[in-house]
Design a protein around this ligand. Structure first.
Ligand code: ATP
Length: 353
């Protein structure tokens, strides 16, 4: 296989700490399995923005598009940039400019003790959420009128295109088909958001007709969050819009053991895609050396899988499983190791297995 090029953007807060571990584990896997990866660091972050006024230059986006196979991002968000303009430009900028229309977020329990639901086993929580990633409320269409007056009006619009809705729904069905899954559930709020709901429902039915072997269902977003807690075993693939995907996947992250466990991919299948842990920069624990790096390592695992390196991906996953089962984990998972110590454990595991 030809050389793979990975662009790493550690970003802000704990993004820097967890990215360091993710890269160490990736490097250990590459050297163990003789994989030819070039890993390049990029400085885009709050710190960089405050120093230079630059968030993410357009030519860098082009560089990523033309010369890289994947981007590995830590986290963005820093109170020194109250508008978070850098985070919007970098993360939303990459999602929109690279047309990363799938936000892919698996929820899988690796150890029952990590799941907050009573009586649920590993077999009960194993589903993926395919969140539309380039449209909806995140387009930021809207306006303010008479701002700052008692008559102020705020308008916020959700943009949904047939093309955008169709491609994420098709991705969900294709994912199910390629992974021997049979259940696809679409979630919206069509009873209140009529026009958007109508487009999603018609498109869902149209695409589903091409996959007669699939068992399809529909749940309003209020129902699905309830049912994910009540009976998560009923779900295999969930497809939903940008806003509801954001909410559902934070819940899904908790089901699998918290923010320190959840990985995500921002995909434009077959093209350069971006991988990031679901958690943010977590300013409350930044700089303390206690951030859980497992989500970042699971993100590396997902990236390796996406790039076609199954054995490498499996090795990353095994290292995480071993850390959990032997309690070589950070405080949030009931352990007492630092971020770096967990990293060392994972790297040693990769070297010796
Ligand atoms: P947002 O980008 O949503 O503003 P945030 O950085 O404020 O994110 P989240 O990522 O949503 O926060 O995380 C919420 C809390 O969960 C954090 O403040 C932190 O205490 C905890 N947390 C998040 N990620 C981790 C991690 N990797 N390890 C340990 N704790 C974490």
């Amino acid at each position: 296989m030809s050389k793979k090029r990975i662009a790493v953007i550690p970003g802000d807060g704990i993004g820097v700490d967890v990215c360091e571990v993710g890269v160490e584990v990736l490097e250990a896997i590459c050297s163990k399995l003789n994989l030819d990866f070039q890993i390049d660091n990029f400085p885009y972050s709050a710190e960089h923005y405050l120093k230079t006024g630059i968030t993410l230059p357009d030519d860098e986006v082009e560089n990523f598009r033309q010369n890289y196979d994947a981007i590995f991002l830590g986290a963005l968000g820093d109170s020194r940039v109250p508008t978070n303009v850098h985070a919007k430009d970098i993360l939303l900028g990459l999602r929109f400019k690279l047309d990363l229309f799938v936000n892919f977020r698996p929820s899988k329990v690796y150890d029952e003790n990590l799941c907050p639901l009573k009586g649920k086993t590993k077999d009960d929580i194993n589903f993926v959420v395919c969140r539309e990633n380039t449209e909806g409320i995140y387009v930021s269409a809207g306006a303010s009128f008479k701002k700052g007056t008692p008559d102020e009006i705020a308008l916020q619009e959700s943009i949904n295109t047939r093309k955008g809705v169709e491609r994420i729904i098709r991705y969900a069905f294709e994912y199910a088909k390629n992974n021997n899954l049979t259940k696809v559930c679409m979630s919206d709020k069509g009873n209140a958001m009529r026009f958007e709901g109508d487009l999603w429902m018609r498109t869902f039915k149209d695409v589903a007709a091409e996959y007669p072997e699939m068992e399809i269902s529909h749940q309003f977003v209020d129902a699905i969050v309830m049912n994910l807690v009540r009976a998560p075993e009923e779900f295999e693939v969930i497809v939903t819009c940008n806003l509801f995907g954001d909410i559902i996947t934070d819940l899904a992250a908790q089901l699998q053991g918290g923010m320190g466990m959840a990985a995500s991919g921002n995909l434009n299948p077959g093209k350069v895609s971006l991988f990031e842990p679901v958690h943010g920069s977590a300013p409350d624990i930044a700089g303390k050396g206690i951030a859980n790096p497992l989500a970042a390592v699971m993100t590396v695992q997902m990236m390796l899988d996406y790039l076609g390196f199954k054995e490498a991906s499996l090795l990353a996953e095994k290292s995480v499983l071993e850390a959990i089962s032997t309690k070589n984990v950070t405080k949030d998972l009931g352990g007492n190791l630092t971020t770096k110590e967990v990293g060392k454990f994972l790297v040693d595991f990769v070297k010796n297995n």
